[in-house]
Design a protein around this ligand. Structure first.
Ligand SMILES: Cc1cc2nc3c(=O)[nH]c(=O)nc-3n(C[C@H](O)[C@H](O)[C@H](O)COP(=O)(O)O)c2cc1C
Length: 351
């Protein structure tokens, strides 16, 4: 039944398939996957993660299907990217499947329903079932906002209290100028202001702040980000977002030029960035590894490369809802086979 549905969805244009998936996920009752092995448990930035596998931002931009995602077995769910005002995003078509490469290219441009709607949705979830679940909120800026920090402040003020952690997304390639916020002067200025804002609001002054960065940064830029993050007590870095580079070993001929690539072709480069960041931060900042994970072995490699947690998106669209349980089982097997007592022991082992 699940395999037939996945085959059917793949016949549709990707954005239509995604909106049907979201509608279905709102109504289908999954059997809750509550089977958690203690070997996968970690306590990180003040939160208890029952397993390290999270839903990456972009799948549930408006916090509409969080319950179903936990039922699939995710240890945490990141909603968003949400911008202060609702916006439609870039012109369609803007999502392309690269089936032969197990990849997606998207140039969505933060299409989302805005802070007010997302706040309502998260409040409902928190009241109904997810009081103890880890829900991160990924914040962005509206296309026409000139001073980006204003939008991040609005996001923090509106959603900081309701979220388990806040992600500052400065790495989407589909909003003009956004990725420039990763450059030294801009980055330092932004981070200092955001950290100060968190201190000013009493109810969130211990809320973890994470920064999501691009796989297309060079060595110097990564070093700047590491040093500034360490100096300002940033809790975590998420590596990485999608890439505007097109690996030359893609099987798909003439892939779309615009947009960011995700899935398998991103795996190698995002791991490289992860390892470098683990080195640059001496393991002192929690890293979340994302990019191209499709099985337990990919996940194990990310953790050995320095990630304490991982996230995925693209593989879910190719493999369907049983993927998360499968990855967890494979991961437990790999941890035990290599003689580790728990997942924390694995972090950074191959760096
Ligand atoms: C269609 C699509 C939309 C995405 N939207 C967002 C987004 O709104 N915010 C964000 O931070 N990342 C977004 N991402 C990036 C993912 O969160 C993730 O970083 C990237 O896809 C790499 O992981 P994957 O290879 O497992 O997909 C999006 C990815 C895809 C495929």
């Amino acid at each position: 039944m699940i395999n037939t549905s996945i085959k059917f969805l793949k016949l549709l244009p990707p954005e239509i398939a995604h909106s049907i998936t979201l509608k279905a996920l709102k109504f289908i009752k999954f059997k809750l996957d509550t089977s958690e092995d203690q070997i996968l448990h970690q306590h990180l930035f003040g939160l208890d993660f029952s397993n390290p596998i999270g839903l990456a931002a972009g799948f549930d931009k408006n916090a509409e299907v969080v319950k179903s995602m936990f039922s699939m077995g995710f240890g945490f769910v990141e909603v968003g990217t949400v911008t202060p005002k609702p916006q439609k995003g870039n012109q369609k078509p803007r999502v392309f499947r690269l089936e032969k490469d197990n990849a997606i290219i998207n140039s969505l441009g933060f299409n989302n329903k805005g802070l007010i709607k997302v706040k309502k949705n998260i409040s409902k979830i928190k009241n109904n079932f997810a009081r103890n679940k880890i829900i991160g909120v990924n914040l962005g800026k509206n296309k026409n906002t000139l001073n980006a920090v204003d939008d991040y402040f609005l996001g923090i003020e509106q959603l900081g209290d309701l979220s388990s952690y806040i992600t500052i997304n400065i790495s989407s390639p589909n909003t003009d100028g956004l990725r420039d916020l990763q450059l030294r002067g801009n980055f330092e200025n932004l981070i200092k202001q955001i950290v100060k804002k968190r201190e000013e609001i009493e109810s969130i002054n211990k809320k973890p702040i994470l920064i999501k960065i691009s796989p297309d940064l060079n060595e110097d830029q990564l070093r700047d980000i590491a040093l500034i993050s360490l100096a300002n007590n940033i809790d975590g870095l998420i590596l990485t977002n999608t890439s505007t580079k097109r690996p030359n070993n893609l099987k798909t001929k003439n892939p779309p030029y615009k947009g960011g690539i995700s899935g398998k072709p991103l795996f190698e480069n995002s791991n490289k960035i992860l390892k470098k960041m683990y080195n640059l931060t001496n393991g002192q900042i929690t890293l979340i590894g994302v990019g191209g994970i499709s099985n337990g072995s990919d996940c194990f490699e990310k953790i050995k490369s320095g990630a304490s947690l991982v996230q995925l998106y693209t593989a879910l669209t190719y493999s369907g809802p049983l993927l998360v349980s499968k990855i967890k089982n494979e991961l437990i097997y790999l941890i035990k086979t290599d003689g580790y007592k728990n997942i924390s022991e694995v972090v950074g082992k191959s760096v």
